[in-house]
Ligand binder design. Structure first.
Ligand SMILES: Nc1ncnc2c1ncn2[C@@H]1O[C@H](COP(=O)(O)OP(=O)(O)O)[C@@H](O)[C@H]1O
Ligand SMILES: [Mg+2]
Length: 271
């Protein structure tokens, strides 16, 4: 490397960055550091009054870093204690599996070619899916805005902290029975609106008050997607089996699936 750099200098070419420098940069980005492009995308959230300040990373997902921000002056965030800012990682994201969930979705014929573009499409897709969740009348964060690889949405939780994931919620038997019924009902309502979550599990549901809030809608697909039925079966299987194992719930996967599928997609995904 050193030799190559010396040679490059002699030949008047640009010096290659050292391996340490590259690794440092990758680590910064992987750990939620903000590069210039991200800072530019973020500035729009300040300008629109959706956020006023941003804290440190409070959760790390597979593909994203989640920040808690303070709300700005925009009407949509009025009265909210916080705003959730989800930044999709451009480095280190498994964007090949992202493609699987975008290709086949008739809403996204053009998904872009560069990593940045594909992740932009993914972000837009999660925003659109959260809108459909609102139209379906289920409990899910309200989407506020997106720009580039950044999405702002409603914070689910209290002043004291974010709502726990279902897996950490520690319900009693009666609460669990009613929670499972609501989750099946929400899955049915979404399906009727033409959407399948696609990654529903005890990790992507937050328990707030007595309601299950569905989150993490990036991979959700419209029912016209060729794998929609397969994803729907897997979603139902995941939640019903979780409740059977963790709480001894009596509902079976077949019963639950029959209920969800019977509702059928009655309308297009947009009102
Ligand atoms: N709207 C929200 N309100 C409160 N906490 C949230 C919200 N969205 C995400 N979180 C927290 O951040 C974690 C990761 O978010 P998620 O959307 O599941 O990201 P990933 O796609 O990377 O898995 C969640 O498990 C949850 O604890
Ligand atoms: Mg998740």
């Amino acid at each position: 490397m050193q030799r190559n750099n010396n040679m490059a200098r002699r030949l008047g070419r640009r010096k290659e960055p050292s391996r340490e420098k590259v690794l440092l940069k990758e680590r910064e980005l992987a750990e939620g550091g903000l590069n210039k492009r991200v800072a530019v995308y973020l500035s729009k959230f300040y300008n629109k009054g959706v956020i006023d300040g941003i804290g440190t990373v409070f959760a790390k997902g597979k593909e994203s870093d989640i920040y808690v921000a303070s709300p700005g002056t925009a009407d949509i965030v009025k009265g909210e204690p916080y705003v959730i800012v989800k930044m999709f990682r451009v480095q280190n994201s498994s964007f090949f599996s992202m493609e699987d969930y975008i290709i086949g979705d008739p809403r996204f014929k053009k998904i872009g070619r560069t990593k940045q573009e594909i992740i932009g499409t993914w972000c837009k897709k999660e925003f659109g899916n959260l809108e459909i969740a609102q139209f379906a009348g289920i409990a899910a964060p309200k989407p506020y805005m997106y720009n580039g690889n950044i999405l702002a949405m409603q914070y689910i939780g209290t002043d004291d902290g974010p709502a726990p994931r279902l897996v950490d919620a520690g319900l009693d038997r009666t609460e669990a029975e009613s929670m499972l019924r609501t989750i099946i009902d929400y899955t049915k309502r979404l399906h009727r609106r033409g959407l399948v979550h696609g990654d529903l599990s005890e990790y992507n549901i937050l328990v707030h008050g007595d309601k299950p809030y569905f989150i993490d809608f990036g991979q959700a697909v419209v029912t016209r997607h060729p794998h929609a039925e397969e994803f729907l079966k897997r979603d139902v299987w995941n939640v019903v089996n979780y409740f059977r194992k963790a709480y001894g719930a009596a509902m079976t996967v077949d019963e639950a699936y029959a209920e969800v599928a019977a509702a059928g997609p009655r309308q297009q995904s947009r009102p």
